[in-house]
Design a protein around this ligand. Structure first.
Ligand SMILES: Nc1ncnc2c1ncn2[C@@H]1O[C@H](COP(=O)(O)OP(=O)(O)OP(=O)(O)O)[C@@H](O)[C@H]1O
Ligand SMILES: [Mg+2]
Length: 330
């Protein structure tokens, strides 16, 4: 399958008064055409900063992308999003790459009607007339499940519920038929019923539009029914990646196992203990040259404190960065 986005060796730091925050430490991954990729990990693991780095949305300064590439297969051919000038990036963002953030309350402009906000995106990226943009906006509102779309065109964000505002954000993200949609915790501010509706809406849109999606979440439960493949992030690194079924059935990294709350395996003596992930992630102002999970890992041995494990293939589309998983051959 062809890849639509290839991220290679991404490094992003924040230069703050308290020191240098190593937010993203050498992250590489592929997004395949039409696939839904989930990125999971605890708070502060670098999920959002990775995406912001790719989208040119970091506050710079204090943030700086200090290395790496994000090769996007744009409609005009391959481009490195990291190197793209501001104007070119603004054309791609919202046009060829749509995004939805956690809190639609802060992402929507409070003083513009939702109809105007969607039509402006259409006019800016597709160059269509105001009349056409209005018609298209009404059909987009209907498509994302907003009742009475003609009436709602003139509503301001505060007149809508959180779930409806998130639907508006999704309408903006998919308005220009993007190649990729990046959704960063798009359901965390919503209650469970509305969360499920939004997840279903994404699934429907994916079938209709064939769009590739990156879905960021803490919630591994959501991922099961939604994603094709999962990246597990910790301390600004990817520790494991696998197809979703494989990750649930055969997680390799002690951190992934901890996140999944997996039951202990019965076939080896050693892992009969239930693995827990007590403790907290490392201080991100310290650059770590060994396994970043070693402090919290029940299986850490000498090598884990001396070297940093690289992502290594352990099965079809399954990679893990863990000496224990690799050497002990679990
Ligand atoms: N504006 C900032 N200034 C300094 N450090 C920052 C800033 N924003 C993020 N960071 C740091 O970058 C690292 C990665 O943060 P990021 O927001 O990507 O985490 P996340 O995985 O998205 O977490 P969450 O699940 O809470 O959204 C963290 O150590 C965080 O403290
Ligand atoms: Mg985040």
């Amino acid at each position: 399958m062809a890849s639509i986005l290839k991220v290679k060796n991404l490094v992003t730091k924040f230069h703050t008064v308290d020191g240098v925050v190593n937010a993203v430490n050498d992250v590489s991954f592929l997004l395949e055409d039409g696939e839904t990729l989930a990125i999971v990990g605890e708070s502060g693991s670098g999920k959002s900063v990775s995406m912001m780095s790719i989208m040119g949305l970091l506050p710079m300064p204090p943030a700086k992308v200090e290395g790496g590439q994000a090769l996007f297969n744009s409609k005009d051919g391959p481009v490195d999003l990291i190197q793209l000038p501001y104007e070119a990036m603004s054309d791609i963002r919202g046009g060829q790459i749509g995004f939805v953030f956690q809190d639609p309350g802060t992402s929507l402009n409070p003083i513009l009607t939702i109809g105007k906000q969607i039509s402006e995106t259409l006019i800016r990226h597709l160059g269509i007339s105001g009349r056409e943009a209005k018609d298209k906006t009404v059909s987009l509102l209907a498509e994302v499940g907003i009742p009475d779309p003609t009436l709602r065109f003139d509503a301001f964000p505060f007149q809508l519920s959180g779930g409806m505002r998130q639907r508006v954000m999704i309408a903006i993200a998919v308005a220009c038929a993007p190649r990729i949609v990046i959704a960063d915790e798009p359901t965390t501010a919503l209650d469970v019923t509305i969360q499920a509706q939004i997840v279903n809406l994404f699934k429907e849109l994916r079938v209709k539009m064939g769009v590739s999606t990156i879905w960021i979440t803490h919630d591994l439960g959501l991922v099961a029914g939604l994603a094709d493949r999962v990246l597990v992030m910790y301390a600004g690194q990817i520790l494991e990646s696998a197809q979703v079924d494989e990750l649930y059935e055969n997680p390799k990294h002690p951190y992934t196992i901890g996140l999944l709350g997996a039951l202990p395996r019965l076939d080896t003596q050693e892992s009969k203990r239930l693995v827990s992930i007590d403790g907290t992630p490392p201080d991100s102002t310290i650059l770590i040259h060994h396994c970043p999970f070693a402090w919290r890992c029940a299986h850490a041995f000498e090598r884990c404190w001396n070297e940093k494990p690289a992502l290594t293939t352990v099965g079809e589309k399954h990679t893990v960065a863990c000496f224990y998983a690799m050497e002990e051959g679990r």
